[in-house]
Design a protein around this ligand. Structure first.
Ligand code: C2O
Ligand code: CU
Length: 506
């Protein structure tokens, strides 16, 4: 197995900016969905004065601001011995991380040099609704050759990421970490390492759009060509831990920080150093078990928010989830292993102390890891300082999750996504969502613009795995007016309908 330095990204040139400002998108399209007659009351639209007012209150006097320009481009990237044509921010995989401090204003100009309209969603951030990046609900498409500037206060520290909310673009290379630092961070670790996990097929044998078409045609499947890292004759992924099907699509590769297991990123570390791993699952259809052979993880945060620290050998991270864990570096080289649940594929990032021999990851190491007990993030508890007070909900919405139906539809309460339909709530209410999974597959259910609490005593999260045949309750305070998606973070499930709107009304 080859070793590389931590900076093995190829010299992929930035494209010059063409035709910027040509054809600014008309903004009339949003009026229609904002004024939809809702029997429960008038919707608080993304552009309403109340949204701007709440944003003003969020902005601290003298807040610093950070400006970033992002180019969404078509590019060739090296996955570690495999070169593919894909779409990526700045031509890099993952896109370059954005790092700010809690309370800052983040300003990002996105220049769309892709052949399709796009958008950016700031996953997990409690931001102003009109910057949430959902075309057709909170903004218009960012057209080909145009740009759009996102600007918002970032209220909470933690590990986040961003990705498009346009079709199945997330299953290309369009994702990057968004790290929000807390001035009080750093007491229990010496250094940090961000690891973004992904399942990969784009540019190998098909595009995500082709997969979506196949799924719609065949109902299930999405079996493409496979190569190394896959079990020969493998059928669809299954997982006991996840209570059934582990995925609907097969992937030729899984990646950690844009690299296959064969040619991983390697990070220099010192023995005894405490490394804060910031793990982000940006995959479309794959959950990962993550562990460091021979070392225990001390889990400190889920989805950005602190938990009562707990030790674990291995954790499971579903699509859209993030998890922070501190690990103490042993002498020698050791991989942070991410095994794709139900798939017999893995990815890794190597921690290497200076004098160490290159680590050889044989199957034995993976098997050993797979035999260890697995911690599910939803079983953690919120740290006291972020725990929500236990209260009776003012409103409860049930979301029945079902599928796949005819032509691969996945539904919430028997319906596919309609931006003009929604689950009404009012500002100030204590809200409970009850996700009731009546399908045979797990769903990582994500809520935009809020960090809920799982159960009365669970962790704060914005994405929670709902296992087959189970129901999961999450509570939150309705303190961020607007129109917010709640959806399955399996990108294919979401795209064919498993999305709904948590809709603030007056
Ligand atoms: Cu990462 Cu709508 O979500
Ligand atoms: Cu799903």
């Amino acid at each position: 197995m080859g070793m590389t330095t931590s900076d093995s990204r190829g010299p992929i040139g930035r494209r010059s900016f063409l035709r910027l400002g040509a054809g600014l998108a008309a903004t009339a399209g949003l009026a229609a969905c904002a004024s939809g007659a809702d029997p429960a009351g008038k919707r608080i639209a993304p552009g309403s004065p109340r949204v701007a007012e709440v944003e003003r209150a969020r902005r601290l006097a003298g807040a610093r601001s950070t400006s970033v320009v992002l180019n969404a481009v078509s590019a060739r990237v090296d996955l570690g011995g495999v070169e593919v044509q894909t779409w990526a921010y700045g031509g890099q995989l993952p896109g370059r991380e954005i790092r700010v401090r809690r309370g800052e204003i983040l300003k990002v100009e996105l220049k769309n040099q892709l052949p399709e309209p796009t958008s950016i969603h700031w996953h997990g951030i409690a931001l102003r609704n009109d910057m949430d990046g959902v075309p057709g609900l909170t903004q218009d498409d960012i057209g080909v050759g145009t740009s759009f500037t996102y600007e918002f206060a970032v209220p909470d520290a933690g590990t986040y990421f961003f990705h498009p909310h346009s079709g199945v673009q997330l299953d290309r290379g369009l994702y990057a970490p968004l790290i929000v630092e807390d001035p009080d961070d750093g007491a229990d670790y010496d250094t940090e390492l961000v690891i973004v996990l992904d399942d990969w097929l784009d540019g190998v044998d098909r595009t995500p759009d082709a997969v979506l078409q196949e799924l719609k045609k065949n109902g299930m499947g999405g079996m493409g060509g496979m190569d190394h890292g896959s079990m020969p004759g493998m059928t669809m992924p299954k997982s006991e831990l996840l209570g059934g099907d582990a995925g609907d699509v097969t992937y030729p590769h899984v990646l950690a920080n844009g690299r296959t297991f064969r040619d991983p990123q390697a990070i220099e570390a010192k023995a005894g150093q405490r490394v804060r791993l910031r793990l982000i699952n940006a995959a479309a259809d794959t959950a990962f078990r993550v562990g460091v052979p021979g070392s225990r993880l001390r889990i400190t945060h889920t989805d950005g928010f602190p938990v009562q620290a707990q030790e674990a050998d291995v954790v499971l991270i579903g699509m859209g989830e993030r998890l922070d864990a501190v690990v103490t570096v042993p002498a020698g080289s050791v991989p942070v292993l991410a095994v794709a649940e139900g798939r017999d594929q893995y990815a890794q990032v190597v921690l290497r102390t200076p004098a160490a021999q290159p680590v050889v990851v044989e199957d034995g190491l993976v098997k050993k890891l797979m035999a260890l007990p697995v911690l599910m993030p939803a079983s953690l508890r919120a740290a006291e300082r972020v725990a929500l007070p236990v209260k009776q909900p003012d409103v409860v919405h049930e979301l029945v999750l079902e599928g796949p139906g005819d032509r691969y539809t996945w539904t919430i309460n028997g319906k596919v996504y309609d931006p003009n339909d929604g689950l009404p709530i009012r500002e100030g209410q204590q809200v409970r969502l009850r996700f009731d999974n009546r399908s045979r597959m797990f769903h990582p259910m994500h809520l935009h613009g809020h960090t809920f609490q799982v159960r009365a005593d669970g962790p704060r999260k914005d994405t929670v795995l709902v296992l087959p045949g189970r129901s999961t309750e999450v509570d939150f305070k309705a303190d961020n007016p607007g129109q917010w998606l709640t959806h399955c973070h399996n990108i294919y499930h979401g795209e064919v309908g498993m999305m709904s709107v948590v809709s603030y009304v007056e």
